[in-house]
Ligand binder design. Structure first.
Ligand code: COA
Length: 494
């Protein structure tokens, strides 16, 4: 004769408010003993509550989001007979698997039937609960209780046996049923990206993973095991337009992505006082007005970079397996913003060029880049790159190293700031610097030394007369004229 069981939350330790995150059954469903009914989630673990017996679900009394404790009614289950006895009593789940995150384990009520020695008891697989039913025991309070009938004997597994997934650390966050589902399909849940709350992995996530693998998505190179890119139909959310990526953007994108994931980047921020340098630059341009050459800060940056690379040779290197290749040449690349995307032309032998030559070469290469006329050789063999966004704006940023180089200098818009000179505040033109370097090659101290030196080298490119704070009046005009003459003379020499 069918009996109706009240299936309740078993002993889950001292947890009073555990959330129901999944309800796997509905009225009318037929379940077998141990089929998962609901999944609970504490702040430390997720666990399935299994059915104590086989039968048909008559009514479900919980929904997702409900908070439960031991004894909360889950559902009514119509059973044909009392649950079967287990082959052997349960053994707690292996310690390494859930113990760290499991709720405090209360020992399950000891079965009266003589248990097999613990050593012989079946060890539950990770992610599975152990079974622990006995037919000759009354149910522990608050668990499967028969309605209007003598109580059937149901022993639920204890909390340690039920806890299957550990949240946090390197462990994947998935309920035991999802783990089982993944295992059946041969999927390693550690490789599946969870899209649920707190990154929880759902059955759908496992299915998406399989679909992505079947569609040919492969782990990225270099030993990185990256999951597939999300495929989204954006047209579902509003009007869209698909624009094919330019060839340059595709190539640059692939290189940037590789460099970003394979190089341990550190970015050192600093600023250089270019008050005097800027005055000098203006004077220089005035002096060379008729020559048609405009010197921007970029030429000075290249000059100072060469000085810094000479002083810190590890910045002028490339990693080659187990060795570091130090270069004795100075080919400086600079990022150029082009209509087709980012390009990095290279000024070869920058150490042998004057400021004016550097300014002219940079202008020529930048315009060739924008017109798509750069030759391959003009983009190759760079030692160090400069990305100058100063003409556009912004404060600091984190440039991505252009492998196989080991460092890149980002430069942002110069800004007037009040700086304390030891006696008073004085307005100074400060240039923000962002140096990203490969931490496998360069230590933090070297990074800070490099930017400090670079800032000094940059400032020293201006004649001494131009190094101080702006002057006013006739005396100042005289000094500016002298600086202009000096600038012309110096630029020819450099
Ligand atoms: N602070 C203040 N002003 C600056 C500046 C700075 N750091 N850098 C440049 N400027 C000024 C210049 O003096 C110039 O002013 P002016 O016209 O009044 O004389 C103006 O900004 C435009 O300079 P710009 O065209 O940027 O010349 P440049 O020689 O400094 O830079 C390129 C040349 C090719 C680097 C630049 O045009 C470019 O493409 N930058 C973008 C780089 C990029 O995309 N980086 C991102 C990589 S992820």
């Amino acid at each position: 004769m069918p009996k109706v069981l009240e299936v309740k939350i078993p002993d889950i330790g001292d947890f009073a408010e555990v959330a129901v995150i999944e309800v796997m059954v509905k009225p009318g469903d037929t379940v077998k003993p141990e089929d998962p009914l609901i999944t609970l989630e504490s702040d430390k673990a997720t666990m399935d509550v299994p059915s104590p017996a086989g039968g048909q679900v008559k009514d479900v009394r919980l929904k997702v989001g409900d908070k439960v404790a031991q004894g909360t009614l889950i559902l009514l289950l119509e059973t044909a007979q009392a649950p079967e006895a287990p082959a052997a009593p349960a053994k707690p789940a292996p310690k390494a698997e859930p113990a760290a995150a499991a709720p405090a384990t209360k020992p399950a009520a000891p079965p009266r039937a003589a248990p097999a020695p613990a050593a012989e008891a079946p060890v539950p697989e990770p992610g599975m609960r152990a079974s622990g039913f006995a037919t000759d025991l009354p149910p522990p309070p608050g668990q499967g209780e028969e309605v209007n009938a003598p109580p059937p004997v149901v022993l639920m597994p204890g909390p340690a046996e039920m806890v299957a997934a550990v949240i946090g650390g390197s462990r994947s966050h998935a309920s035991p049923s999802v783990r089982r589902f993944a295992r059946e399909l041969g999927v390693d849940v550690a490789k599946v990206r969870g899209t649920g709350p707190k990154g929880r992995i759902s059955k759908e996530d496992v299915q998406s993973f399989i679909k992505a693998v079947m569609a040919g998505a492969r782990p990225a190179g270099g030993g990185l095991d990256i999951i597939a890119w999300p495929k989204v139909d954006f047209s579902k959310f509003g009007s869209i337009e698909a624009q094919p990526l330019s060839r340059i953007r595709k190539i640059a994108g692939a290189n940037l992505a590789r460099n970003w994931v394979m190089i341990p980047h550190v970015t050192q921020f600093d600023e250089a006082d270019i008050t005097g340098l800027e005055r000098y630059r203006v004077a220089l341009n005035k002096a060379h007005e008729k020559d048609g050459i405009k010197v921007t800060v970029l030429a000075f940056l290249i000059k100072a970079a060469v000085e810094a690379l000479k002083k810190f040779p590890e910045f002028n290197s490339s990693l080659d397996g187990e060795s570091l290749v130090i270069k004795h040449y100075y080919h400086i690349g600079f990022a150029a913003d082009t209509p087709n995307g980012l390009m990095v032309p290279v000024i070869h032998n920058a150490d042998r060029k004057s400021l004016l030559e550097l300014a002219r070469d940079a202008a020529e290469l930048a315009s060739k880049a924008r017109e798509g006329k750069l030759q391959l050789a003009e983009m190759q063999s760079g030692c160090f790159s400069i990305s100058s966004l100063g003409g556009i704006g912004g404060t600091l940023f984190t440039p991505i190293i252009n492998a196989p180089e080991v460092a890149i200098l980002g430069v942002s818009r110069a800004e007037m700031k009040q700086k304390w000179d030891g006696k008073r505040f004085a307005p100074r033109l400060m240039l923000p610097l962002s140096l990203s370097y490969d931490h496998r090659v360069i230590d933090g101290a070297s990074g800070a030394r490099f930017t400090t030196f670079f800032a000094q080298a940059l400032a020293s490119l201006a004649p001494a007369a131009e190094g101080g704070a702006p002057k006013r009046g006739r005396k100042a005009a005289k000094s500016r004229n002298a600086a202009r003459k000096a600038a012309k003379k110096k630029s020819k020499k450099r």
